[in-house]
Design a protein around this ligand. Structure first.
Ligand SMILES: C[S@@+](CC[C@H](N)C(=O)[O-])C[C@H]1O[C@@H](n2cnc3c(N)ncnc32)[C@H](O)[C@@H]1O
Length: 264
């Protein structure tokens, strides 16, 4: 289990330097509102803050379980993913939403450690509650921007897989730069993935699926696991996610992409 840093100290330093005043913490022992604070430059973000309510059950899970299974992405320390999961292979999931599919996949594969990242506080509480009820011992929940986790906190070749299921599609052209799956992101991820690691993406937004296939196919660090170089049939091990269900209700077609990190 990771010891949380003292976010209060970081916030005080920020305020002293005359920058933004610290935001009050809703969950003093839980996820911090802006865990990396001013340590990283403001950059284009792939997520938008959502102001959905934290239910009493989620709040209870955050209070009790965050100190055990949660940590903030503060960008200030290097993690040892294998040690976090007692030597198990480790798969990172970026953007778990409410976490139902994450908890199901963790339960189905107890010999793999799941490092699940999102910025969404209700989802973090929901996933912690699901993990407790299912008796999971192979899940950790990270709060903050996955880009900072990849850039500053994970050692090279430390992950056995990466999952990005239904990332925000950012449909407007002027927002395309916010999409996660881009060449720079793929290069960053390639640095922390072990050779042979599986990168699994899924989306119900056709233009984003096309972009994913194009940038992944062009990237020298990845190879399509499909012999025909196209989309993968939905693997049986990926449960239906909440966003996927909503997309399917709208008649969207879902695409899975299964690429492998190759050694150069
Ligand atoms: C459209 S939702 C999909 C959630 C879930 N995978 C599903 O299919 O139901 C995308 C999620 O990714 C999260 N997200 C986007 N960019 C992120 C980032 N850079 N770091 C952490 N989480 C991110 C958002 O907060 C959001 O919860």
């Amino acid at each position: 289990m990771e010891a949380d840093p003292d976010p209060g100290a970081a916030a005080t330093a920020t305020a002293t330097a005359g920058r933004r005043p610290p935001r009050a913490r809703k969950f003093p022992e839980g996820p911090a509102p802006d865990p990396a604070g001013s340590h990283f430059e403001r950059r284009i973000r792939s997520f938008q803050p959502r102001r959905s309510r934290v239910t009493p059950g989620q709040a209870d899970a955050l209070r009790r379980l965050w100190p055990l299974w949660g940590f903030d992405i503060d960008g200030q320390r290097t993690l040892d993913p294998a040690a976090m999961f007692e030597g198990r292979p480790v798969v990172l999931e970026i953007g778990f939403g409410m976490g139902e599919a994450t908890a199901q996949m963790a339960a189905a594969d107890p010999d793999t450690g799941i490092l699940a990242v999102d910025v969404h506080t209700p989802g973090q509480g929901n996933l912690l509650g699901l993990a407790e009820r299912a008796g999971l011992r192979n899940l950790r929940v990270a709060n903050g921007d996955a880009i900072i986790l990849l850039r500053a906190m994970l050692p090279p070749a430390s992950l056995d897989g990466l999952r990005v299921f239904f990332p925000d599609p950012w449909p407007k052209k002027r927002h395309h730069k916010r999409r996660l799956i881009q060449p720079e992101f793929l290069s960053l991820a390639a640095g922390v993935l072990k050779p042979g690691a599986l990168l699994h993406c899924a989306t119900d937004w056709e233009p984003y699926a096309e972009q994913m296939l194009e940038v992944l196919t062009a990237h020298p660090d990845y190879a399509n696991t499909l012999p025909d170089g196209g989309y993968a049939p939905r693997p049986a091990f990926r449960p239906l996610t909440r966003f996927e269900g909503q997309g399917m209700d709208k008649g969207h077609r879902v695409h899975d992409l299964l690429f492998c990190r190759v050694e150069r």
